[in-house]
Write a protein that binds this ligand. Structure first.
Ligand SMILES: Nc1ncnc2c1ncn2[C@@H]1O[C@H](COP(=O)(O)OP(=O)(O)OP(=O)(O)O)[C@@H](O)[C@H]1O
Ligand SMILES: [Mg+2]
Length: 321
């Protein structure tokens, strides 16, 4: 038995189109332990949905290996499929003519769960997702947010080990997105289910995920714990403007103190020095170090990296690799 809930090795998916071959997924590997909640990030067209579709055996990969709860999903999809539930691209998995209750009964039924046995759970899900007032209204008459919640409830009622959610909060208003995030957090914190979700909403990923995998052009460029990734979002350092050039002894002193120092001369005879650091309080060390050596400090400004900058720099590294 594999120690992983999901194991993906060198996954590739090529689509043949009239304009030639599209490499949607180009050698993706990762492993997810039971109970982990992993976020899949990446720009439009990065290959997130394709990866999730391969995982739930909706499409057949061109090559690679896929294991779901230890089962080889390519050789024996019928063994892997009952272990996994997915909500792909919004809420298309629900039946419009059926009410939330009927949808939940239907999805429990196709999973082979006796409806009578899952009734209490269906009741709890309707309550949990605040769909109880609309439990007998056809799904087509529900709001977009309610339909999205119902789609997720339908995936959960199957009681699978693994749940895949493709952009679960896409197109929801702030309130509903926040509410759904709270619901997902409760599911995720239970630790019984392994969850993989894709999202463009970094707040959702930060609130829910233990780990983040960033894919770019069909490849994994980052696979990090969220805490580690957040370190990258901290202030990057400071930019110091000096009257005159940075002298060699000053540079050496700074380099002994800080991880990265770059200096460039400005047209007005002054210079700009960028210093990278991890701890914000070392700005005082920086100014002290410069003043000790008699540099005339004109200004010091904090340089912080936005989430977008980190994301872009990580995906650009992927492009260069
Ligand atoms: N059925 C298909 N036929 C041809 N090309 C496809 C097909 N599905 C996806 N692609 C292409 O594969 C690449 C990856 O698409 P995918 O939908 O996996 O990206 P994504 O990361 O989910 O993007 P988004 O954030 O926009 O949802 C894209 O270049 C896309 O155009
Ligand atoms: Mg997608």
């Amino acid at each position: 038995m594999s120690e992983y809930a999901l194991e993906v090795r060198d996954l590739r998916k090529e689509y043949r189109t009239r304009r030639g071959l599209v490499r949607a997924v180009d050698g993706v590997s990762f492993a997810v332990r039971p109970g982990e909640v992993v976020g899949l990030l990446g720009a439009n067209g990065a290959g997130k949905t394709t990866t999730l579709k391969c995982l739930c055996t909706l499409i057949r990969p061109t090559s690679g290996t896929l294991r779901v709860m230890g089962q080889d999903a390519m050789a024996h999809p019928h063994r892997a499929l009952p272990r996994i539930a997915a909500v792909l691209e919004g809420n298309r998995n629900i039946y419009w003519q059926l009410s939330p209750r009927e949808n939940l009964e239907f999805f429990a039924g196709i999973q082979g769960l006796p409806v009578r046995a899952v009734r209490p759970q269906i009741h709890a899900l309707l309550d949990f997702f605040r769909l109880d007032a609309k439990s007998d209204t056809p799904a087509r008459m529900l709001s977009r947010g309610m339909q999205q919640k119902l789609a997720i409830a339908c995936a959960l009622v199957k009681q699978t080990d693994v749940v895949l959610l493709d952009e679960p909060t896409l197109g929801l208003d702030v309130q509903t997105s926040f509410e759904l995030r709270g619901i997902l957090r409760q599911i995720a914190s239970g630790g019984e289910r392994t969850v993989m979700l894709s999202s463009h909403d970094l707040a959702v990923v930060q609130a829910l995920c233990d780990r983040v995998i960033i894919i770019h052009a069909g490849r994994v460029v980052t696979d990090e714990r969220v805490g580690t990734l957040l370190e990258l979002f901290r202030p990057r350092g400071y930019r110091v403007r000096l009257d005159g050039a940075l002298k060699e002894p000053q540079r050496r002193r700074l380099e002994a103190l800080f991880p990265a120092v770059t200096a460039r001369a400005e047209a007005d005879g002054g210079s700009t020095v960028d210093v990278e650091m991890h701890e914000p309080q070392t700005m005082y060390d920086l100014v002290d170090a410069l003043r000790q050596d008699g540099a005339a400090v004109r200004s010091v400004e904090r340089r912080s990296r936005s989430l977008e900058e980190v994301f872009l720099s990580l995906t650009e590294q992927g492009l260069a690799a």
